[in-house]
Design a protein around this ligand. Structure first.
Ligand SMILES: [Zn+2]
Length: 262
């Protein structure tokens, strides 16, 4: 955001990192911008490690499942897909060759087919550009080492509240107790608004959150994301070299269900 034209002329940089957040209710204890705050933090870390261009956060995304709650603002899923296409295309046109999208919001399902299609479109047009999506649950396989609840901790629960307690404790309010924990399948968000499934808009166990868990979760997400990127590069080198060995194990190969879906 603060780079100048001169910076881009003088420094070799072909990778951009885009954080995608959300503006949606997160119960009574977390701010609506929670996903954006977390996405910005992870994207900043990745951009530093990759010496990449850190884009400002795309804060408004696909949050229609929270629309009954005042303060939630959302794009239709197909609008979000078009926005991502435009961002990738504008980066490619000015000389970037890789766009890494980190989404802090699990509801951005549309991002996956979008980048899959984009990569094929670029390939078919002979253009040297790739897009990579890192999902919010990239560390799902190992988060059980840190948190108590891996299952049914989908939104403003133990994981997100822990990270917010680490990043900005002054923004975390008291958790309003719920008389029951939502145990409906996550797919029910396709049919019902989250505030109708839950009592105070959170889906998980924020009462078990600590700042230390948040610090460790952020490090785990950062390292899992970096390992994912490295795995892609290794696989590309293997394919390019025409080797006959099997695929390189990647972090995502170990992804389990019940991840953090924010
Ligand atoms: Zn969230």
């Amino acid at each position: 955001m603060y780079s100048t034209r001169k910076h881009f002329l003088e420094q070799e940089c072909d990778t951009a990192v885009l954080p995608v957040g959300a503006i949606e209710q997160h119960g009574s204890h977390l701010p609506v911008g929670t996903d954006a705050i977390i996405a910005e933090e992870i994207a900043k870390r990745l951009a530093l490690r990759l010496n990449a261009y850190l884009l400002p956060c795309l804060c408004i995304s696909s949050s229609i499942e929270h629309r009954e709650s005042k303060g939630t603002v959302y794009l239709r899923a197909d609008t979000l897909a078009l926005v991502i296409r435009d961002i990738a295309e504008s980066l490619r046109y000015s000389g970037f060759r890789r766009l890494i999208v980190f989404t802090g919001h699990g509801g951005n399902w549309i991002l996956k087919p979008t980048i899959r299609q984009l990569n094929r479109d670029y390939e078919e047009r002979g253009m040297s550009m790739e897009t990579i999506l890192i999902p919010s649950n990239i560390a799902a396989a190992r988060q059980g080492e840190i948190v108590t609840h891996v299952q049914h901790d989908l939104h403003a629960g133990e994981k997100e509240t822990s990270i917010m307690l680490h990043l900005c404790p002054d923004r975390v309010e008291a958790v309003v107790p719920q008389t029951r924990h939502a145990s409906a399948p996550q797919d029910y968000m396709d049919y019902f608004d989250v505030i109708d499934i839950t009592e105070d808009g959170y889906w998980g166990f924020p009462e078990e959150a600590t700042a230390d868990k948040g610090r460790r979760l952020l490090d785990l997400i950062e390292n899992s994301a970096f390992a994912y990127l490295e795995g892609i590069e290794q696989e590309r080198r293997r394919i390019m070299a025409g080797k006959s060995s099997g695929p390189v194990p990647r972090e995502t190969d170990k992804l389990s269900t019940g991840g953090w879906d924010a």
